[in-house]
Design a protein around this ligand. Structure first.
Ligand code: PEP
Ligand code: MG
Length: 552
């Protein structure tokens, strides 16, 4: 307003701009001398970069559409396709050129191929760290998870959502950025980082950030994508994801159903060359950059067959009866599998698993180093779910003895590191002791959040909605790190770790590693790197730069 010849600004707000506009405006303001590089970088919302990296809905079509439901925005982007209910149908129809959206109660590792052929994934159950959410983010595929409003009828390939029935072949559209679900076909526009502005913002981010950015990847394809986005290494390779290929699952099932150490070793020896081959490909994709390999983590029941025909095949291969196999499977049942026989507890019970994985990691590194003498790969072996120093010592002994034996046998000059995840509150509280044995820590904030809050990462979605409505929580603690509680454990463990081992490498590999607010926290508490899914690497680079600029 103008009053007595004086101009007053009564209110200002940020000009709304698309991601493409935001990065161009930032570059223009620098070029026109209106903003410094630091100021211009702070003007871009890192999360907006998602819009450049994933397909989006046509803006006009989206405006005209009304969502039929909303659930967790588990992996960004827009997807439109015909509904399928099984991974097999997704593969079959996807291969035939059909665009499909896979709708499941929840996904399991057996669905991975189907997920690859889907435009998007919609699940009834599961939170931000559920299998569907984590795997879809890794692939860069849109995912909306935890839509409890769906009444699923998998047997008849249909579901009901808010009074309407959806059948196989019906069109559905998902917005993985907002979590909205549309019961119709909405046109999408492809991702685009063309124009040079994106590359310039990334270069500027690298100029100002001090935090390294790594990626969570367990396939050479995902790893190569992450490197193309600027990842400086792998911060987490979940080796169990390599066990689900049809040619491996039989061997791991044989291992689980073995009665003796010898039988177990025989099954593991079938897996070893395959693991070695996987690691060689990962090292190749990373071209000498850090590769952190996390040893087997999930409870073994995740690998056993559920279908009768698979149980029969396993019985035949093991020379056992179907009843024997069913009894073994029943014996693996746990009331609380996430707090059960998993992580390093597997290697304590079955050291031969750690032995096989060490052999594969070391042999692969020696081989790739020979082929590329300038790369100097130093493998990082990460032991999961440690809560007690003696556990780590126990498993590390197997790792070191095996690694040193192979290095000597091969006459190689290979360095390697052994470290641990900090994902149990007790590990954080005793991190000074743990640092005596661990050369690095990687904060597994998915489990650390689960165990600190005391609620399940897979089931919390059932009640978190009421917590937001009642303003008890503002955010999903599995998406944005709870700095007040879980963050204290991270900070304490980082300090305790450094007090014993000043050069300790500190990273984060939980899903929070790609969240800008968490990245700022990680910078402020002095972590070395954040590790996130490949498509979040650019977001992490910008967020890390912003954290450094703000701190300055
Ligand atoms: C974690 O717990 O944060 C983690 C990265 O491991 P996972 O999600 O595989 O349990
Ligand atoms: Mg974990």
């Amino acid at each position: 307003t103008v009053e007595h010849g004086k101009l007053y600004m009564l209110q200002t707000r940020n000009g709304k701009r698309t991601a493409t506009a935001a990065i161009k405006i930032a570059c223009d303001l620098i070029d026109e001398g209106m903003k410094t590089e630091e100021e211009a970088l702070l003007m871009i919302d890192p999360k907006q970069l998602d819009a450049l990296l994933h397909p989006q809905f046509d803006a006009a079509a989206l405006k005209a559409a009304t969502p039929v439901a909303s659930a967790l925005a588990a992996s960004p982007g827009a997807a439109c396709g015909k509904i399928v209910f099984t991974a097999e149908d997704a593969v079959e129809q996807g291969q035939a050129g059909e665009k499909v959206v896979l709708v499941r109660l929840e996904t399991s590792p057996e669905d991975i191929e189907g997920m690859h052929f889907s435009q998007g994934i919609l699940t009834v159950r599961g939170g931000m760290t559920s299998h569907a959410a984590v795997v879809a983010r890794g692939m860069g595929t849109c995912c909306v998870s935890g839509c409890g409003a769906i009444k699923m009828d998998e047997a008849n390939k249909k579901f009901t959502l808010n009074g309407r029935e959806y059948h196989e072949g019906d069109y559905i559209s998902l917005d993985g950025t907002t979590g909205n679900i549309y019961g119709e076909a909405l046109p999408t526009v492809p991702a685009s980082t063309e124009g040079g502005y994106f590359g310039r913002i990334m270069e500027l981010s690298d100029k100002y950030r001090t935090l390294q950015v790594r990626t969570n990847a367990d396939t050479p394809k995902d790893a190569a994508q992450a490197v193309a986005f600027g990842a400086e290494g792998i911060g987490l390779c979940r080796t169990e994801h390599m066990f689900f290929d049809p040619d491996r699952i039989a061997a791991i099932r044989e291992m689980i159903c073995s009665d003796t150490v010898e039988q177990r070793k025989a099954a593991l020896s079938k897996l070893e060359p395959m693991q070695q081959g996987d690691f060689e490909k990962l090292y190749e994709a990373l071209e000498g950059k850090h590769v952190n390999i996390r040893f087997l983590d999930p409870p073994l029941h995740e690998f056993v067959p559920t279908e009768e025909k698979d149980i029969e095949l396993l019985a035949e291969a093991q020379g056992k009866t179907v009843e024997d196999i069913k009894a073994i499977i029943a014996g693996l049942h746990e009331f609380n599998p996430m707090m059960g026989h998993r992580g390093c507890r597997l290697a304590v019970t079955y050291p031969e698993i750690a032995e096989m994985q060490t052999e594969a990691v070391i042999k692969a590194a020696i081989k790739v180093n020979k082929a590329h003498p300038d790369w100097h790969i130093v493998p990082e072996i990460m032991i999961p779910l440690v809560g007690e120093i003696k556990e780590l010592k126990f498993v590390k002994k197997t790792v070191v003895e095996t690694a040193d034996r192979i290095i000597a046998e091969e006459g190689a000059d290979l360095k390697y590191k052994v470290g641990t995840m900090i994902e149990i509150p007790r590990a954080a509280l005793t991190a000074d002791k743990i640092a005596e044995e661990a050369e690095f820590f990687s904060f597994g904030t998915n489990d650390l959040t689960q165990m600190t809050f005391g609620f399940s990462r897979d089931d919390a979605g059932k009640f978190l909605g009421s917590y937001y409505e009642n303003k008890i929580y503002e955010n999903d603690p599995f998406a944005r790190l709870d700095q007040e509680g879980v963050g204290q454990l991270v900070k304490l463990a980082a300090e305790k770790g450094k007090s014993v081992r000043p050069d300790i490498v500190l990273g984060i590999c939980g899903e929070h590693g790609g969240d800008p607010t968490t990245i700022e926290f990680c910078h402020n508490v002095g972590l070395t790197y954040v590790s996130c899914s490949p498509f979040r690497v650019p977001i992490a680079r910008l967020a890390a730069a912003q954290a450094a600029i703000k701190q300055k």
